[in-house]
Design a protein around this ligand. Structure first.
Ligand SMILES: [Zn+2]
Length: 288
């Protein structure tokens, strides 16, 4: 079925338009768009990792969410901006401009459907900038739209106590936490016998990078042939389940508080679709 990891009763497209039109309190209902990618994650993980993690974590949170907290998920955006992995077969990437337009147009549709709270739950480290730009654009257009771009794993969870100092500083892709989460969410797709560590050389300019992470732009190929940037070798399913449990508990709290949030409504000016040409829409919520 199309909902995948999302509980069916929290999956917005399973409702008819008349049911959506009749939903109470649409302006405080949180719409979740899990944002993933289809890109290489080393020889030991499938290319679907970021999409599985974004929808798996949000699905678990929505499953545990108290019924009175109104929230629905949209289908996971499984394609993302993955250009740093395009040297590897299996990577299916959009350009940044295509992703930006796609996410803005989905946001406009959410707004047009009467919702005023939208969360981009991002599972891919190569595209937070694009999602932040889309969120800002939607806020410019609609002074009563609350759009939150956030990394799906960037809430308190158990992973930080599971990993080494080196992993904390330098792991960026297909390392311990992603591998552990995949062992919990989609174990049949993980091949631990092929897992091998691979780290970038520490970046030598301390002023630009105190922790040694590359301060320059990079592609996965720059750091070797495997596509891994981190150490997945010690990841276990139990650790993945612990991350999933603690991370989804954090999201239950965040979604609950987002549902209760009463945020600033900007009366005007609201900059409309053509804002780069100086177009000002003078009334808030006057349509997209
Ligand atoms: Zn990933």
């Amino acid at each position: 079925m199309l909902h995948g990891y999302i509980p069916p009763h929290r999956f917005l497209p399973y409702l008819s338009w008349t049911e959506i039109d009749a939903l109470p309190d649409r302006e405080n209902t949180v719409i979740v768009l899990p944002c993933g990618a289809i890109e290489q994650h080393g020889p030991h993980l499938p290319c679907s990792v970021d999409s599985v993690i974004a929808s798996g974590v949000m699905g678990k949170a929505l499953e545990r969410l108290p019924a009175e907290v109104r929230a629905f998920a949209l289908p996971t955006l499984t394609y993302g901006k993955s250009e740093e992995h395009l040297h590897f077969p299996g990577t299916m990437t959009l350009t940044g401009t295509t992703l930006l337009s796609t996410v803005i147009e989905i946001g406009e549709s959410v707004y047009r459907s009467g919702f005023r709270k939208l969360l981009f739950a991002n599972g891919h480290g190569g595209q937070p900038q694009v999602l932040e730009m889309a969120a800002r654009e939607l806020r410019l257009r609609h002074g009563d739209f609350v759009v939150v771009p956030h990394g799906v794993s960037r809430l308190p969870n158990a992973s930080s106590k599971q990993i080494s100092d080196q992993e904390k500083r330098l792991s960026m892709h297909a390392g311990h936490s992603e591998t552990a989460l995949m062992l919990a969410l989609a174990p049949d797709t993980v091949h631990m016998e092929r897992a091998a560590a691979n780290f970038p050389p520490p970046f030598p300019i301390k002023l630009l990078s105190p922790d040694g992470r590359p301060a320059c732009a990079w592609t996965a190929r720059d750091f070797g042939p495997s596509g891994v940037i981190g150490d997945p070798t010690s990841a276990t399913r139990e650790q993945g389940e612990e991350i999933l449990d603690t991370l989804s508990a954090s999201w239950v709290q965040a979604l609950t508080e987002l549902h209760a949030l009463r945020w600033v409504v900007r009366e005007e000016p609201t900059w409309g679709r053509g804002h780069e040409q100086g177009f000002i829409q003078t009334s808030v919520g006057a349509g997209a």
